[in-house]
Design a binder for this molecule. Sequence first.
Ligand SMILES: *Cc1c(COP(=O)(O)O)cnc(C)c1O
Length: 389
Amino acid sequence: MLMDLSYILNELGEDRAAYFNAVAPPIIQSSNFACPTVEEFRYALQHESEVDFYTRGNNPTVDILEKKLAALEGTEHAIAFGSGIAAVSAAVLSQVKAGDHVVCVNKPYTWANALMKKFLPRFGVEVTMIDGTDAENYRLATKANTVFYYLESPNSFTFELQDIAAVAAIAKEKNICTIIDNSFASPLYQNPAAMGIDLIVHAATKYISGHSDVMGGIICGSRETINHIFEREYMTLGAVLSPHDAWLLIRGLRTLPVRMERIAATTRQVIAFLEQRPEVAKIYWPFLPGNPQFELAKKQMRNNTGQFTIQLASEDVPEIERFCDSLQHFLMAASWGGHESLIYPTVASYRDGNYKSNLPYNLIRFYIGLEDPDYLIKDLEQAFTKMKG
Ligand SMILES: *Cc1c(COP(=O)(O)O)cnc(C)c1O
């Protein structure tokens, strides 16, 4: 990060003198912006990516958020979307045409996976999914028509890492674009641009919002690439972030560092507790000293975040369900990144003895929120006691 974090979060992009010295920026809830003269109208039409003319393009409140996120990721520019997957889709679509080939890490986030496996092939784009734990697999899967490598590190549900700098170096050698979903690490704890990645995507719905009350996405990259996305995918697909939602995300950013520190510390305490429990067979978490990618995690991430997955020792479906149902303070839900701790059990996909997934049914993904560590640990303790029935 080139600028002071406190400057980025508290001042960058804001012009308080322009709005009564209000500390919180105004929500410019307007779809349209008028031009006083034909000359200015003409200028606006020719420079739509630079001026506030129509909110599907630019909006002053959204603009503040974009400046802060570009600075957090150390890129020249950023563009905001109405959801994380809208940002992923726009980044991906901006790089491909029919006849191209892409290489993607195995089992990325559900809808990124659907984009790769179901959507791109409809438009004549071929996708090879690879085990990303060895960067060389990207090289081995590369063809003459490969246009980008897709990364997600840590990876969904089991949190495998890719060696980001190594994958970026292979891509540079071959003149291939790189896109990473950096949502799991947050823009504070991992900055892929510094490791050579071209486009960085976040589901702002998660850590950046921090309160489970807004959907949003962001792409960070060079001015040239972001302007290219603005002219094409952004303006035509129209997955725009509303000014009010941008305002909520700016508010989320103000407390991001304290939230992330708290979440990181509580997660370490909860994991220390779980490591001692006989009911837990395995913990998927890159920062566990026994994890084969522990050194890589310390090298490319500044700190741990709040997600990890446990595998229960039990393979008994009623026992697994009893444990989950007995938790009183962990909510059972999708998503993560808010104030509230969550679990997501894979057994929820288990029906009539059929489990349609590559993942074992005794996995539980955890997200640790802002509650007191003891409050969470006591909850886990009592749920383990009830598990055996
Ligand atoms: C949630 C999530 C997304 C999608 O974000 P939405 O705002 O739900 O569209 C993308 N990537 C990862 C890693 C996520 O966890």
